[in-house]
Design a protein around this ligand. Structure first.
Ligand SMILES: Cc1cc2nc3c(=O)[nH]c(=O)nc-3n(C[C@H](O)[C@H](O)[C@H](O)COP(=O)(O)OP(=O)(O)OC[C@H]3O[C@@H](n4cnc5c(N)ncnc54)[C@H](O)[C@@H]3O)c2cc1C
Length: 433
Protein backbone atom coordinates (compact mmCIF):
# COMPACT_ATOMS: atom_id res chain seq x y z
CA UNK A 1 0.00 0.00 0.00
CA UNK A 2 1.38 3.45 -0.97
CA UNK A 3 2.12 6.28 1.47
CA UNK A 4 -1.22 8.04 0.85
CA UNK A 5 -3.24 4.82 0.68
CA UNK A 6 -5.29 3.35 3.53
CA UNK A 7 -7.74 0.56 4.30
CA UNK A 8 -10.11 3.14 5.76
CA UNK A 9 -10.19 6.91 5.68
CA UNK A 10 -12.31 8.38 8.45
CA UNK A 11 -13.55 11.95 8.11
CA UNK A 12 -14.09 13.43 11.59
CA UNK A 13 -12.82 12.30 14.99
CA UNK A 14 -16.03 12.57 17.05
CA UNK A 15 -17.56 9.58 18.77
CA UNK A 16 -18.70 8.04 15.48
CA UNK A 17 -15.37 8.29 13.65
CA UNK A 18 -13.16 7.51 16.65
CA UNK A 19 -15.05 4.31 17.52
CA UNK A 20 -14.78 2.88 13.98
CA UNK A 21 -11.11 3.90 13.69
CA UNK A 22 -10.16 2.52 17.09
CA UNK A 23 -11.71 -0.90 16.50
CA UNK A 24 -10.26 -1.19 12.98
CA UNK A 25 -6.78 -0.17 14.10
CA UNK A 26 -6.98 -2.84 16.83
CA UNK A 27 -7.88 -5.30 14.07
CA UNK A 28 -4.64 -4.33 12.27
CA UNK A 29 -6.19 -2.19 9.54
CA UNK A 30 -4.41 0.89 8.17
CA UNK A 31 -6.51 3.85 9.29
CA UNK A 32 -6.34 7.58 8.50
CA UNK A 33 -8.32 10.20 10.42
CA UNK A 34 -8.92 13.54 8.73
CA UNK A 35 -10.16 16.16 11.19
CA UNK A 36 -11.22 19.68 10.27
CA UNK A 37 -10.45 21.06 13.75
CA UNK A 38 -7.26 21.26 15.77
CA UNK A 39 -6.35 19.65 19.09
CA UNK A 40 -6.81 21.90 22.09
CA UNK A 41 -4.93 20.15 24.85
CA UNK A 42 -5.59 22.31 27.91
CA UNK A 43 -9.33 21.82 28.34
CA UNK A 44 -11.70 22.46 31.21
CA UNK A 45 -12.44 26.17 31.08
CA UNK A 46 -14.84 28.49 29.30
CA UNK A 47 -12.20 29.78 26.87
CA UNK A 48 -11.08 26.31 25.75
CA UNK A 49 -14.73 25.32 25.35
CA UNK A 50 -15.42 28.37 23.17
CA UNK A 51 -12.32 27.70 21.05
CA UNK A 52 -13.54 24.16 20.36
CA UNK A 53 -16.92 25.21 19.00
CA UNK A 54 -17.52 26.00 15.36
CA UNK A 55 -17.42 29.81 14.84
CA UNK A 56 -16.95 30.26 18.62
CA UNK A 57 -20.49 29.01 19.18
CA UNK A 58 -22.14 31.34 16.69
CA UNK A 59 -23.84 28.54 14.75
CA UNK A 60 -27.49 29.31 14.16
CA UNK A 61 -30.10 28.02 11.78
CA UNK A 62 -31.63 30.21 9.11
CA UNK A 63 -34.47 30.78 11.62
CA UNK A 64 -31.85 31.99 14.18
CA UNK A 65 -32.20 28.93 16.43
CA UNK A 66 -28.93 28.08 18.16
CA UNK A 67 -27.45 24.66 17.40
CA UNK A 68 -24.16 23.78 19.08
CA UNK A 69 -21.49 22.25 16.87
CA UNK A 70 -17.97 21.35 17.94
CA UNK A 71 -14.90 21.36 15.71
CA UNK A 72 -11.87 19.84 17.45
CA UNK A 73 -10.16 16.47 17.92
CA UNK A 74 -12.82 14.34 19.68
CA UNK A 75 -15.73 16.42 18.36
CA UNK A 76 -18.71 17.23 20.55
CA UNK A 77 -17.80 14.60 23.13
CA UNK A 78 -15.30 17.16 24.51
CA UNK A 79 -18.18 19.34 25.67
CA UNK A 80 -20.69 16.59 26.50
CA UNK A 81 -22.10 16.47 30.00
CA UNK A 82 -21.03 12.83 30.26
CA UNK A 83 -24.53 11.45 30.82
CA UNK A 84 -24.93 7.84 29.64
CA UNK A 85 -28.09 6.46 28.01
CA UNK A 86 -28.13 3.16 26.07
CA UNK A 87 -29.41 2.94 22.47
CA UNK A 88 -33.21 3.23 22.52
CA UNK A 89 -35.10 0.37 20.87
CA UNK A 90 -37.93 2.75 19.94
CA UNK A 91 -35.55 4.38 17.41
CA UNK A 92 -33.74 1.31 16.02
CA UNK A 93 -36.43 -1.40 15.99
CA UNK A 94 -38.28 0.28 13.09
CA UNK A 95 -35.18 -0.11 10.86
CA UNK A 96 -34.46 -3.65 12.08
CA UNK A 97 -31.17 -2.88 13.85
CA UNK A 98 -30.39 -4.56 17.16
CA UNK A 99 -27.50 -2.88 18.98
CA UNK A 100 -27.66 -5.03 22.13
CA UNK A 101 -24.29 -6.75 21.66
CA UNK A 102 -22.38 -3.63 20.66
CA UNK A 103 -23.98 -1.59 23.46
CA UNK A 104 -22.77 -4.26 25.89
CA UNK A 105 -19.22 -4.05 24.51
CA UNK A 106 -19.30 -0.25 24.68
CA UNK A 107 -20.54 -0.32 28.27
CA UNK A 108 -17.28 -1.96 29.35
CA UNK A 109 -15.13 0.69 27.64
CA UNK A 110 -16.84 4.06 28.22
CA UNK A 111 -16.13 4.44 31.96
CA UNK A 112 -19.86 4.17 32.68
CA UNK A 113 -20.52 4.55 36.39
CA UNK A 114 -23.20 5.48 38.89
CA UNK A 115 -21.88 8.39 40.92
CA UNK A 116 -21.83 8.27 44.72
CA UNK A 117 -23.83 11.02 46.47
CA UNK A 118 -20.81 13.27 47.11
CA UNK A 119 -20.04 13.41 43.37
CA UNK A 120 -23.70 13.72 42.36
CA UNK A 121 -24.03 16.99 44.25
CA UNK A 122 -26.34 18.32 46.95
CA UNK A 123 -28.54 20.36 44.59
CA UNK A 124 -29.16 17.36 42.34
CA UNK A 125 -30.13 15.19 45.29
CA UNK A 126 -32.50 17.91 46.54
CA UNK A 127 -34.14 18.23 43.10
CA UNK A 128 -34.53 14.45 42.90
CA UNK A 129 -36.16 14.41 46.33
CA UNK A 130 -38.53 17.26 45.36
CA UNK A 131 -39.51 15.51 42.10
CA UNK A 132 -40.15 12.22 43.83
CA UNK A 133 -42.17 13.95 46.57
CA UNK A 134 -44.39 15.24 43.76
CA UNK A 135 -44.90 11.67 42.50
CA UNK A 136 -42.38 11.70 39.62
CA UNK A 137 -39.91 8.93 39.17
CA UNK A 138 -36.43 10.44 39.31
CA UNK A 139 -33.27 8.42 39.77
CA UNK A 140 -29.53 8.72 39.40
CA UNK A 141 -28.25 8.61 35.81
CA UNK A 142 -25.08 6.75 34.89
CA UNK A 143 -22.22 8.91 33.64
CA UNK A 144 -19.07 8.37 31.55
CA UNK A 145 -16.91 9.28 34.50
CA UNK A 146 -13.88 7.77 36.15
CA UNK A 147 -14.92 8.13 39.79
CA UNK A 148 -11.33 8.10 41.00
CA UNK A 149 -10.49 11.24 39.00
CA UNK A 150 -13.77 13.15 39.53
CA UNK A 151 -14.02 15.76 42.30
CA UNK A 152 -17.05 16.75 44.40
CA UNK A 153 -18.61 20.21 43.92
CA UNK A 154 -17.48 20.43 40.32
CA UNK A 155 -19.73 21.02 37.31
CA UNK A 156 -17.08 21.40 34.61
CA UNK A 157 -17.96 18.36 32.46
CA UNK A 158 -19.26 20.61 29.68
CA UNK A 159 -16.08 22.69 29.67
CA UNK A 160 -14.12 19.56 28.86
CA UNK A 161 -13.01 18.37 32.35
CA UNK A 162 -9.46 19.45 33.21
CA UNK A 163 -8.96 16.32 35.35
CA UNK A 164 -9.48 13.89 32.49
CA UNK A 165 -12.26 12.23 34.52
CA UNK A 166 -14.77 12.26 31.65
CA UNK A 167 -14.63 9.77 28.79
CA UNK A 168 -14.43 11.45 25.40
CA UNK A 169 -13.83 10.24 21.87
CA UNK A 170 -10.20 11.27 22.35
CA UNK A 171 -9.73 8.12 24.46
CA UNK A 172 -10.55 5.98 21.40
CA UNK A 173 -8.70 8.33 19.05
CA UNK A 174 -5.52 8.14 21.14
CA UNK A 175 -5.80 4.35 21.31
CA UNK A 176 -6.11 4.18 17.52
CA UNK A 177 -3.06 6.42 17.09
CA UNK A 178 -1.08 4.19 19.47
CA UNK A 179 -2.11 1.34 17.16
CA UNK A 180 -0.52 3.15 14.18
CA UNK A 181 -3.53 5.05 12.87
CA UNK A 182 -2.50 8.31 11.14
CA UNK A 183 -4.22 11.59 11.90
CA UNK A 184 -4.17 14.87 10.01
CA UNK A 185 -5.61 17.83 11.91
CA UNK A 186 -6.91 21.03 10.28
CA UNK A 187 -7.74 18.82 7.29
CA UNK A 188 -11.14 19.66 5.90
CA UNK A 189 -12.56 17.16 3.42
CA UNK A 190 -14.72 18.75 0.75
CA UNK A 191 -14.83 16.26 -2.13
CA UNK A 192 -15.08 12.53 -2.71
CA UNK A 193 -13.03 10.76 -5.38
CA UNK A 194 -15.32 8.25 -7.05
CA UNK A 195 -14.47 5.83 -9.88
CA UNK A 196 -17.12 3.65 -11.52
CA UNK A 197 -19.60 4.14 -8.67
CA UNK A 198 -17.03 3.20 -6.03
CA UNK A 199 -15.24 5.47 -3.55
CA UNK A 200 -11.47 5.51 -3.96
CA UNK A 201 -10.46 8.53 -1.91
CA UNK A 202 -11.12 12.03 -0.64
CA UNK A 203 -9.90 15.53 -1.39
CA UNK A 204 -9.74 18.60 0.77
CA UNK A 205 -7.75 21.50 2.09
CA UNK A 206 -5.16 21.65 4.86
CA UNK A 207 -3.38 24.90 5.71
CA UNK A 208 -4.54 26.32 2.35
CA UNK A 209 -2.99 23.38 0.48
CA UNK A 210 -5.11 20.84 -1.39
CA UNK A 211 -4.66 17.17 -0.41
CA UNK A 212 -5.76 13.81 -1.78
CA UNK A 213 -5.78 10.52 0.10
CA UNK A 214 -6.78 7.12 -1.22
CA UNK A 215 -8.60 4.36 0.63
CA UNK A 216 -10.37 1.05 0.02
CA UNK A 217 -13.24 2.49 2.02
CA UNK A 218 -14.24 5.89 3.43
CA UNK A 219 -16.35 6.60 6.51
CA UNK A 220 -17.94 10.04 6.79
CA UNK A 221 -18.22 10.90 10.49
CA UNK A 222 -18.40 14.66 10.09
CA UNK A 223 -21.91 15.00 11.60
CA UNK A 224 -23.40 18.24 10.19
CA UNK A 225 -20.58 18.18 7.62
CA UNK A 226 -21.66 14.92 5.95
CA UNK A 227 -24.62 16.20 3.98
CA UNK A 228 -22.81 18.90 1.95
CA UNK A 229 -20.07 16.41 1.00
CA UNK A 230 -22.64 13.84 -0.12
CA UNK A 231 -24.76 16.41 -1.95
CA UNK A 232 -21.69 17.44 -3.99
CA UNK A 233 -21.27 13.76 -4.92
CA UNK A 234 -24.83 13.60 -6.25
CA UNK A 235 -26.60 12.17 -3.16
CA UNK A 236 -29.15 14.93 -3.07
CA UNK A 237 -31.35 13.36 -0.39
CA UNK A 238 -28.58 13.86 2.21
CA UNK A 239 -29.52 16.73 4.48
CA UNK A 240 -33.17 16.64 3.41
CA UNK A 241 -34.44 16.55 6.98
CA UNK A 242 -32.54 16.61 10.24
CA UNK A 243 -33.15 16.73 13.97
CA UNK A 244 -31.25 18.32 16.86
CA UNK A 245 -33.07 17.13 20.01
CA UNK A 246 -34.30 20.64 20.89
CA UNK A 247 -33.89 21.41 24.57
CA UNK A 248 -34.84 24.19 26.92
CA UNK A 249 -33.23 25.28 30.19
CA UNK A 250 -35.41 26.50 33.02
CA UNK A 251 -33.62 28.30 35.83
CA UNK A 252 -34.96 29.08 39.27
CA UNK A 253 -33.43 30.76 42.32
CA UNK A 254 -33.40 29.32 45.81
CA UNK A 255 -30.90 30.12 48.59
CA UNK A 256 -30.42 26.37 49.16
CA UNK A 257 -29.64 25.28 45.58
CA UNK A 258 -27.24 26.07 42.74
CA UNK A 259 -26.19 24.41 39.50
CA UNK A 260 -22.64 25.52 40.20
CA UNK A 261 -20.85 22.55 41.67
CA UNK A 262 -23.68 20.14 40.76
CA UNK A 263 -22.56 17.38 38.41
CA UNK A 264 -24.66 17.97 35.23
CA UNK A 265 -27.32 15.41 34.29
CA UNK A 266 -26.38 13.10 37.16
CA UNK A 267 -30.05 12.60 38.13
CA UNK A 268 -33.32 12.94 36.22
CA UNK A 269 -36.08 10.96 34.62
CA UNK A 270 -36.94 9.11 31.42
CA UNK A 271 -40.48 8.33 32.59
CA UNK A 272 -41.98 10.60 29.88
CA UNK A 273 -39.69 9.39 27.06
CA UNK A 274 -41.76 6.71 25.34
CA UNK A 275 -45.12 8.37 26.02
CA UNK A 276 -44.27 12.03 25.32
CA UNK A 277 -40.81 12.06 23.72
CA UNK A 278 -39.20 14.10 26.51
CA UNK A 279 -36.49 13.61 29.12
CA UNK A 280 -35.85 15.87 32.12
CA UNK A 281 -32.39 16.32 33.61
CA UNK A 282 -30.86 19.01 35.84
CA UNK A 283 -28.16 20.99 34.03
CA UNK A 284 -27.60 24.67 33.22
CA UNK A 285 -25.38 26.76 30.95
CA UNK A 286 -21.78 27.64 31.70
CA UNK A 287 -21.36 31.40 32.11
CA UNK A 288 -20.04 31.84 28.57
CA UNK A 289 -22.86 29.96 26.89
CA UNK A 290 -25.39 31.73 29.13
CA UNK A 291 -24.10 35.14 28.03
CA UNK A 292 -24.08 34.05 24.38
CA UNK A 293 -27.61 32.66 24.50
CA UNK A 294 -29.00 35.70 26.32
CA UNK A 295 -27.39 37.78 23.58
CA UNK A 296 -29.12 35.66 20.93
CA UNK A 297 -32.43 36.08 22.79
CA UNK A 298 -32.14 39.89 22.75
CA UNK A 299 -30.67 42.80 24.74
CA UNK A 300 -33.53 42.89 27.27
CA UNK A 301 -32.44 39.45 28.54
CA UNK A 302 -28.81 40.40 29.18
CA UNK A 303 -29.38 41.66 32.79
CA UNK A 304 -30.30 38.04 33.68
CA UNK A 305 -26.62 37.29 33.34
CA UNK A 306 -26.02 38.83 36.76
CA UNK A 307 -28.12 36.05 38.31
CA UNK A 308 -26.06 33.35 36.62
CA UNK A 309 -24.33 32.30 39.84
CA UNK A 310 -27.68 31.94 41.64
CA UNK A 311 -29.59 29.83 39.14
CA UNK A 312 -30.44 26.16 39.49
CA UNK A 313 -31.22 24.80 36.06
CA UNK A 314 -33.21 21.87 34.78
CA UNK A 315 -33.43 20.89 31.12
CA UNK A 316 -36.20 19.37 29.04
CA UNK A 317 -34.89 17.63 25.93
CA UNK A 318 -37.26 16.34 23.26
CA UNK A 319 -37.40 13.91 20.36
CA UNK A 320 -37.95 16.68 17.81
CA UNK A 321 -39.16 16.15 14.27
CA UNK A 322 -36.87 15.90 11.26
CA UNK A 323 -38.08 18.97 9.38
CA UNK A 324 -34.62 20.54 9.27
CA UNK A 325 -32.53 20.87 6.14
CA UNK A 326 -28.80 21.17 5.46
CA UNK A 327 -27.76 23.11 2.36
CA UNK A 328 -24.71 22.55 0.10
CA UNK A 329 -22.93 25.63 1.57
CA UNK A 330 -23.20 24.10 5.07
CA UNK A 331 -25.91 26.48 6.30
CA UNK A 332 -29.05 24.89 7.69
CA UNK A 333 -32.69 25.42 8.50
CA UNK A 334 -34.30 23.96 11.62
CA UNK A 335 -37.72 25.36 12.45
CA UNK A 336 -39.35 24.50 15.78
CA UNK A 337 -42.62 22.84 14.83
CA UNK A 338 -45.90 23.06 16.73
CA UNK A 339 -45.41 19.46 17.91
CA UNK A 340 -41.91 20.31 19.17
CA UNK A 341 -43.29 23.31 21.10
CA UNK A 342 -45.99 21.17 22.70
CA UNK A 343 -43.39 18.67 23.92
CA UNK A 344 -41.15 21.42 25.26
CA UNK A 345 -44.08 23.12 27.02
CA UNK A 346 -45.05 19.91 28.73
CA UNK A 347 -41.51 19.58 30.10
CA UNK A 348 -41.34 23.24 31.13
CA UNK A 349 -44.53 22.92 33.22
CA UNK A 350 -43.23 19.80 34.99
CA UNK A 351 -39.87 21.44 35.69
CA UNK A 352 -41.45 24.60 37.12
CA UNK A 353 -43.39 22.47 39.62
CA UNK A 354 -40.24 20.62 40.66
CA UNK A 355 -38.17 23.80 41.03
CA UNK A 356 -40.95 25.34 43.13
CA UNK A 357 -41.14 22.26 45.34
CA UNK A 358 -37.34 22.43 45.76
CA UNK A 359 -37.67 25.98 47.08
CA UNK A 360 -37.42 28.26 44.02
CA UNK A 361 -39.59 31.31 44.00
CA UNK A 362 -42.15 31.51 41.13
CA UNK A 363 -40.95 35.00 40.18
CA UNK A 364 -37.36 33.87 39.88
CA UNK A 365 -38.06 31.34 37.12
CA UNK A 366 -36.48 31.95 33.74
CA UNK A 367 -37.36 29.90 30.67
CA UNK A 368 -34.67 30.21 27.99
CA UNK A 369 -35.32 29.87 24.27
CA UNK A 370 -34.91 26.36 22.80
CA UNK A 371 -31.52 25.32 21.46
CA UNK A 372 -30.15 22.13 19.92
CA UNK A 373 -27.02 20.26 20.98
CA UNK A 374 -27.41 16.97 19.06
CA UNK A 375 -27.54 17.58 15.31
CA UNK A 376 -28.61 14.21 13.91
CA UNK A 377 -30.71 12.23 11.42
CA UNK A 378 -29.51 14.07 8.31
CA UNK A 379 -28.25 10.93 6.50
CA UNK A 380 -30.82 8.53 7.87
CA UNK A 381 -30.62 4.74 7.83
CA UNK A 382 -33.11 3.54 5.23
CA UNK A 383 -32.87 6.73 3.17
CA UNK A 384 -29.26 7.85 2.66
CA UNK A 385 -27.47 4.78 4.05
CA UNK A 386 -28.56 1.14 4.26
CA UNK A 387 -28.57 -0.90 7.45
CA UNK A 388 -24.81 -1.49 7.02
CA UNK A 389 -24.45 2.33 6.97
CA UNK A 390 -23.31 2.20 3.32
CA UNK A 391 -24.37 4.87 0.84
CA UNK A 392 -25.22 4.03 -2.75
CA UNK A 393 -21.59 4.82 -3.60
CA UNK A 394 -19.84 1.51 -3.01
CA UNK A 395 -17.60 1.35 0.07
CA UNK A 396 -18.64 4.84 1.19
CA UNK A 397 -20.19 4.77 4.67
CA UNK A 398 -21.51 7.25 7.22
CA UNK A 399 -21.14 6.69 10.94
CA UNK A 400 -22.16 9.29 13.49
CA UNK A 401 -25.40 10.84 14.74
CA UNK A 402 -26.36 11.73 11.16
CA UNK A 403 -27.44 8.13 10.46
CA UNK A 404 -30.00 7.99 13.29
CA UNK A 405 -33.32 7.02 11.66
CA UNK A 406 -35.08 9.67 13.75
CA UNK A 407 -34.36 11.98 16.62
CA UNK A 408 -33.02 10.23 19.74
CA UNK A 409 -34.03 12.90 22.26
CA UNK A 410 -31.45 11.36 24.56
CA UNK A 411 -27.70 11.52 25.24
CA UNK A 412 -26.31 10.11 21.99
CA UNK A 413 -22.78 8.84 22.60
CA UNK A 414 -23.46 5.28 23.74
CA UNK A 415 -25.69 4.77 20.69
CA UNK A 416 -23.11 6.23 18.31
CA UNK A 417 -20.28 4.13 19.74
CA UNK A 418 -22.50 1.04 19.35
CA UNK A 419 -23.08 1.92 15.68
CA UNK A 420 -19.34 2.49 15.24
CA UNK A 421 -18.51 -0.92 16.67
CA UNK A 422 -21.08 -2.56 14.42
CA UNK A 423 -19.67 -0.83 11.34
CA UNK A 424 -16.06 -1.69 12.28
CA UNK A 425 -17.01 -5.39 12.36
CA UNK A 426 -18.71 -5.13 8.96
CA UNK A 427 -15.73 -3.36 7.41
CA UNK A 428 -13.18 -5.76 8.89
CA UNK A 429 -15.03 -9.03 8.23
CA UNK A 430 -16.72 -8.28 4.90
CA UNK A 431 -15.68 -5.11 3.03
CA UNK A 432 -11.90 -5.31 3.58
CA UNK A 433 -11.60 -9.10 3.19
C1 LIG B 1 -22.98 20.67 25.21
C2 LIG B 1 -23.27 19.24 24.85
C3 LIG B 1 -23.55 18.33 25.86
C4 LIG B 1 -23.79 17.00 25.52
N1 LIG B 1 -23.98 16.09 26.52
C5 LIG B 1 -24.06 14.77 26.21
C6 LIG B 1 -24.10 13.79 27.24
O1 LIG B 1 -24.10 14.11 28.41
N2 LIG B 1 -24.13 12.48 26.87
C7 LIG B 1 -24.15 12.07 25.55
O2 LIG B 1 -24.19 10.86 25.29
N3 LIG B 1 -24.14 12.98 24.56
C8 LIG B 1 -24.08 14.32 24.86
N4 LIG B 1 -24.00 15.25 23.87
C9 LIG B 1 -24.14 14.82 22.49
C10 LIG B 1 -22.87 14.21 21.95
O3 LIG B 1 -21.73 14.82 22.49
C11 LIG B 1 -22.85 14.34 20.41
O4 LIG B 1 -24.12 14.06 19.88
C12 LIG B 1 -21.83 13.35 19.84
O5 LIG B 1 -20.59 13.54 20.48
C13 LIG B 1 -21.73 13.56 18.33
O6 LIG B 1 -20.75 12.70 17.82
P1 LIG B 1 -20.54 12.59 16.25
O7 LIG B 1 -19.44 11.64 16.02
O8 LIG B 1 -21.86 12.31 15.62
O9 LIG B 1 -20.17 14.04 15.73
P2 LIG B 1 -19.18 15.19 16.24
O10 LIG B 1 -18.78 14.96 17.62
O11 LIG B 1 -19.83 16.47 15.87
O12 LIG B 1 -17.88 14.97 15.34
C14 LIG B 1 -17.79 15.40 14.03
C15 LIG B 1 -16.33 15.73 13.77
O13 LIG B 1 -16.14 15.91 12.37
C16 LIG B 1 -15.31 17.02 12.14
N5 LIG B 1 -15.64 17.52 10.79
C17 LIG B 1 -16.77 18.15 10.38
N6 LIG B 1 -16.71 18.40 9.06
C18 LIG B 1 -15.51 17.92 8.61
C19 LIG B 1 -14.88 17.89 7.33
N7 LIG B 1 -15.47 18.38 6.23
N8 LIG B 1 -13.63 17.33 7.23
C20 LIG B 1 -13.02 16.80 8.35
N9 LIG B 1 -13.59 16.82 9.58
C21 LIG B 1 -14.83 17.35 9.71
C22 LIG B 1 -15.67 17.99 13.25
O14 LIG B 1 -14.63 18.94 13.49
C23 LIG B 1 -15.88 17.03 14.43
O15 LIG B 1 -14.68 16.82 15.15
C24 LIG B 1 -23.77 16.59 24.17
C25 LIG B 1 -23.49 17.53 23.16
C26 LIG B 1 -23.22 18.84 23.50
C27 LIG B 1 -22.89 19.82 22.40
Amino acid sequence: MGKNEYDVIIVGTGVGGASVGRDLSLAGRKVLFLEKGGHIKRVGNTVSAALMTTKFGFTRSREKNWIVSVCNYGGSSNLAAGCAAPPPKIVFDPVGIDLTNEAGEAQKELWINNLPDELTGRSNLRLMEAANDLGYNWEKFEKYIDIDKCEPNCSDCMNGCSRGAKWTARVYGDEAIQNNADIKLHARVDKLIIENGRIVGVEGKRMELRFKYYGKSVVLSAALGNAPILQRAGIKEAGMGFACDYLQFIGGISPHLSSIGANPMAVGTMEHYESDGIVILPVFYGWGTFALHLGFMGPKYLPKFFNFWKYTGVMVKIRDDIRGRIFPDGSFSKPISREDRLKLSKGVEIIKKILKKAGCNDNSMFVADPLGAHPSASCRIGEVVDTNLETRIKNLFCCDTSVFPSSLGLPTMWTTVSLGKRLAKHLDKIVLQ
